[in-house]
Design a protein around this ligand. Structure first.
Ligand code: GTP
Ligand code: MG
Length: 170
């Protein structure tokens, strides 16, 4: 039986330096670097998932520079996306405050073909660091996600691989 292939465009957005590029590098290449080089515009990465013996999924990850929130290119980058990952840095409260700005910018500018909002997951990154100003409280974060239309949230670290985390085995 011939297999099926799917190509999904997924946006990765969030403020400057929250770790979007690092998470993608970890996910796609199992690598981490301490050095920070701000993304300019947008970068692309492809993650191929062998979903099962007959389904192949290509995730086209659009790694959008944090500094683009103040630009007017995002509308163009968001086009035809079918999923989004919004990232904040648990050690910098201001990046959490920016999450809803990113989400509303996205929801204003792109929708699924059926008119529904793009499904979005929230990542609380740098969980190897101390939380700042955002309470590390599961019930509160669950509530925040329900209120603001996120499918789910996860704690992540691009630096430390933790087998207990949902991202540890990527
Ligand atoms: P822009 O491209 O400017 O939007 O930033 P970005 O979101 O792509 O951030 P990037 O991945 O470049 O990471 C910024 C800095 O944070 C780098 O120095 C990374 O090494 C560091 N970093 C990223 N993820 C983690 C993490 O999970 N833990 C720790 N401790 N540092 C991290
Ligand atoms: Mg980047």
């Amino acid at each position: 039986m011939a297999g099926t292939e799917h190509l999904f465009k997924v946006l990765v957005i969030g403020d400057l330096g929250v770790g979007k590029t690092s998470l993608i590098k970890r996910y796609v290449h199992q690598l981490f670097s301490q050095n920070y080089r701000a993304t300019i515009g947008v970068d692309f990465a492809l993650k191929v998932l062998h979903w099962d013996s007959s389904i192949l999924i290509r995730l086209q990850l659009w790694d959008i520079a944090g500094q683009e929130r103040f630009g007017n290119m995002t509308r163009i980058y968001y086009k035809e996306a079918v999923g989004a990952i919004i990232v904040f840095d648990i050690s910098r409260r201001s990046t959490f405050d920016a999450v809803l700005k990113w989400k509303s910018d996205m929801d204003k500018n792109v929708k699924l073909p059926d008119g529904k909002p793009i499904p979005a997951v929230l990542l609380a990154n740098k969980c190897d660091q101390q939380w700042d100003g955002v309470e590390n409280n599961k019930a509160m974060m669950d509530h925040y996600c329900r209120d603001n239309g996120f499918v789910a949230w996860f704690q992540t670290s691009a630096k430390v691989s933790d087998d207990k985390s949902p991202f540890g085995t990527l």
